[in-house]
Design a protein around this ligand. Structure first.
Ligand code: PHE
Length: 353
């Protein structure tokens, strides 16, 4: 498979991609089936497969400004278009900030129910839940005209009725029956997905929000460790996007999930940087197909071994706990483990991590 290389692109005053981001371009974490992000991705696909959704990994994150913003109705002054927020190769080209940038190519290729997974890039703060590279899974479902039902209030969720109240901000050309059918389907499909991922008891909530390419738009939040965490953006696709991509059909929903967020909740992984770890103490904890793994913390520093051996003078007493205190005083919390590995009457060997 072709590697992503930025060498072929011209640089200009917008270019702002440094070596640490370039180093991530070809890591392709999804190529590792036992990686927690692959496990979550596959588990989501298992939910969508009976609904006839095809899954595609999209490994090349380079897109045009047109694909990432213009074609998706981003206003000219949207902050995402600035080099302070996104990674630009040059004035026309950037590392995609979301998987929605690749929707058009799949619609034009004739797909009508599909999932696309890939790496996305945003300039962001440094902390345990943010990282400048993360992974999204995008889902799209296009409706045939004969799938749109005339208003059937009984089949509607209370959520759809609520969403329809946002009619004034809905797409002008939208017919009410279509808006109801699509919103209802989105609501039930994603609620089912959340139960598939987290079980029936995890509290989730829906909020209306804004995305330039969907209207109405919604966010799903999951209650985790005492706070609401946003895990999914979604909405009814702007009809102009379907038209621009040459579709005869007018109605579709789309959603985008942050896979790191989901994996952190599912596996109890406390720090987003761990997903990039090549440390066996992380990677060996996860197995393809196993969704119930609970991450066991280990030192976040790379293992560093020290061997110690002592000669003990004739008749001298060795104070083992005294040695541990001494090591703790010098190494503080960096020292994870100290073990006695061999003993003879004149030699003691320890190692510590
Ligand atoms: N692209 C949005 C994001 O990155 C998520 C989204 C996808 C929202 C599809 C609506 C529809 O946050």
């Amino acid at each position: 498979m072709a590697q992503t290389s930025l060498g072929e692109y011209e640089r200009d005053s917008m270019s702002n991609i440094g070596p640490s981001i370039i180093a991530k371009l070809n890591r392709r974490l999804f190529a590792q089936p036992n990686h927690p992000l692959s496990i979550v991705k596959t588990h989501i696909h298992a939910y969508f497969q009976p609904l006839s959704f095809a899954l595609f990994d999209h490994f090349d994150p380079v897109v045009s400004v047109k694909q990432n913003f213009d074609d998706l109705c981003f206003p000219p002054d949207h902050p995402g278009r600035r080099p302070s927020d996104s990674y630009f190769i040059n004035n026309h080209t950037l590392l995609r900030t979301h998987m929605t940038a690749n929707e058009g190519e799949f619609l034009r290729a004739g797909h009508r129910s599909f999932l696309i997974a890939g790496d996305v890039y945003r300039r962001d703060q440094i902390d345990a839940t943010h990282y400048p590279v993360f992974h999204q899974l995008e889902g799209v479902r296009v409706f045939r005209d004969d799938e749109i039902h005339e208003s059937n209030k009984e089949g509607e969720s209370p959520f759809t009725q609520h969403a329809i109240k946002y009619d004034h901000e809905s797409q002008p050309a939208f017919n009410q029956a279509a808006l109801r059918t699509v919103t209802d389907s989105l609501y039930h499909t994603l609620n089912g997905l959340m139960r598939h991922l987290f079980g029936p008891d995890v509290p989730i909530r829906w909020q209306t929000c804004y995305f330039p390419f969907t209207c109405p738009s919604f966010e799903i939040e999951v209650f985790y460790r005492g706070r609401w965490v946003e895990v999914c953006g979604s909405g009814v696709l702007q009809q102009s996007i379907l038209q621009e991509n040459g579709l005869r059909e007018r109605n579709a929903w789309a959603f985008g999930l942050g896979l790191e967020r989901l994996a952190m909740i599912l596996f109890d992984i406390p720090d987003i940087r761990l997903f990039w770890s090549e440390d066996e103490r992380f990677l060996s904890q996860f197995r393809a197909g196993q969704i119930n793994t609970r991450f066991q913390p280990f030192s976040k520093y790379p293992a560093c071994w020290r061997d110690l051996s002592f000669w003990i003078g004739d008749g001298a007493e060795f104070d083992e706990m005294g040695l541990y205190d001494l090591i703790r005083e010098h190494g503080q919390d960096l020292v994870e483990d100290v073990q006695l590995v061999s003993e003879s009457h004149e030699c003691l060997c320890f190692y510590y991590l």
